[in-house]
Design a protein around this ligand. Structure first.
Ligand SMILES: Nc1ncnc2c1ncn2[C@@H]1O[C@H](COP(=O)(O)OP(=O)(O)OP(=O)(O)O)[C@@H](O)[C@H]1O
Ligand SMILES: [Mg+2]
Length: 449
């Protein structure tokens, strides 16, 4: 839609609609932002000029649903803006009308029991519930279990501390779920906090602030990424709602004032000396998850299959999502056969996503991180900071700082063997490093250490 952009139009577009506009005002604002006259919009939407004028003037309050669709088409509205526009036409103004009395204040129910993670849930739950912590970001590789842990923490806070929980999933904002109608909390949070801001952001933020007020509340932002969130709006929300706690799951931290980053490691993997002891193996988190997900009836850990099961868990680094996929192969493979296949080509069996996640993590590393990681990939088994210092010839503080960054990024984890100070590089990362195609410097080991 083209048309001359008058100063009035430009000002309308810059300022945005007032905080709680009526539908007519919103319609006018969208039309003017596009530089269209009422006549032009009428032609584009096949709605009469008079009907558009009456709507803009507030003379017609409840337009028919198909009229609203046609106008939204004519305005070229999509996504959040369209959603909001259509809601505003519902006759109640653009407010989503969430309230603690009527709205969903408990977290979604988990589909199955949590394995392990007692320490993480208790610590973060206590800090968010009774402590002073107001903003926590749980980070880690895709499939490590961030959302599942957040679900458990939210459930714990709801149960033990009677906190209302506003749960917002970034994935609920996908085009598909928008078409089928997403959940109102996710929609409100996305409208209020996502970047780039849409016209309705100010209204949505005001509603979110009003909804939370000074109540002790947990807001979970699941799967949001720093690049897509308006940091100022989120900080402002935290400042305005003094008793709000925010729990985010994301690949990387948001780096906001007061934020506590919590890198989530994969589930515990067995150490080798337990390989022939089914009872001890059955207490290890990754083994518990794997065996629980095996659909085959009658499968049980034995002294014979235990070494292969333990090795599968180690090969997949105790990562829940790949372990779940691996479990499905037990329908057709023995543990020993599956292990063989996984050793040859794990991505063919657990899906390419794991490799993609590892590659994207490696390509995001800084040169000094890559250089150190490359040396650590050559170590068989676990290593300490002193080993890393020796291998890299870096000063201890500089080396320890790099190790901490690698740990935060999820490419290194604490060693399964007992004892302090031990770390390992994830098997996945070692594999990608060893298999990198010639000329692709995932890890440039020679240059910078
Ligand atoms: N401790 C656990 N106990 C039981 N199931 C788990 C556990 N951790 C993760 N899972 C399951 O593993 C799968 C992947 O976990 P989840 O979706 O939480 O990962 P994520 O880190 O949020 O991944 P993404 O970055 O892709 O969002 C899910 O099906 C989840 O229910
Ligand atoms: Mg998730």
């Amino acid at each position: 839609m083209s048309g001359q952009v008058t100063p009035q139009v430009r000002r309308a577009a810059e300022v945005g609609p007032r905080e709680t506009p009526q539908f007519g005002e919103l319609l006018r604002w969208h039309r003017m932002r596009r530089g269209a006259t009422q006549r032009q919009l009428a032609d584009l939407s096949t709605i009469s000029v008079r009907a558009i004028r009456d709507l803009e003037l507030g003379k017609a309050h409840r337009p028919r649903r198909d009229t609203v669709h046609l106008i939204a088409d004519g305005l070229g509205l999509t996504g959040q803006e369209r959603n909001h526009f259509e809601k505003a036409a519902g006759g109640a103004g653009p407010e989503l009308k969430l309230s603690y009395a009527a709205g969903p204040v408990s977290p979604p129910a988990p589909m199955d029991a949590l394995v392990g993670r007692e320490a993480e849930v208790t610590m973060l739950g206590d800090l968010l519930g009774a402590g002073n912590l107001r903003l926590v970001t749980v980070t880690g590789l895709p499939g490590v279990g961030k959302s599942r842990v957040a679900l458990e923490i939210a459930g714990f806070l709801h149960r033990e501390h009677r906190l209302p929980v506003l749960w917002s999933s970034a994935s609920d904002q996908s085009a598909a779920s928008r078409d089928t109608g997403s959940d109102p909390v996710s929609e409100l949070v996305a409208l209020a906090l996502e970047r780039p801001a849409v016209a309705a952001a100010g209204t949505a933020l005001a509603e979110l602030r009003g909804l939370v007020g000074d109540r002790l509340t947990l807001l979970v932002m699941d799967g949001y990424e720093q690049a897509n969130v308006d940091a100022d709006a989120l900080s402002g929300l935290l400042r305005h709602c003094g008793r709000l706690r925010v729990l985010i799951t994301a690949r990387t931290p948001f780096q906001l004032p007061g934020e506590r980053e919590f890198p989530l490691e994969p589930l515990a993997v067995p150490h080798r000396r337990a390989d022939r002891d089914p009872a001890e193996l059955a207490r290890v988190g990754s083994v518990q998850l794997l065996t629980r997900c095996i659909g085959r009836t009658g499968f049980r850990l034995t002294a014979v299959n235990s070494p292969a099961v333990a090795e599968v868990c180690r090969l997949l680094d105790g990562m829940p999502a790949p372990l779940q996929v691996a479990a499905s192969w037990f329908m057709v493979c023995s543990p020993e056969t599956l292990l063989q296949y996984l050793r040859d080509d794990p991505f063919a069996f657990v899906g390419p996503e794991l490799g993609d996640a590892g590659r994207s993590e490696l390509s995001a590393l800084a040169d000094d991180e890559r250089a150190l990681l490359a040396r650590l990939c050559a170590v068989d088994g676990c290593w300490s900071i002193a080993d890393a210092v020796r291998l890299s010839s870096l000063a201890p503080a500089a080396c320890a700082r790099l190790v901490r960054r690698l740990l935060m990024r999820g490419v290194v984890r604490t060693a399964p063997e007992p004892g302090p100070g031990g770390f390992v590089v994830l098997e996945l990362i070692k594999l990608l490093h060893a298999d990198r195609p010639a000329g692709v410097p995932y890890l440039r080991d020679e240059a910078t250490v």
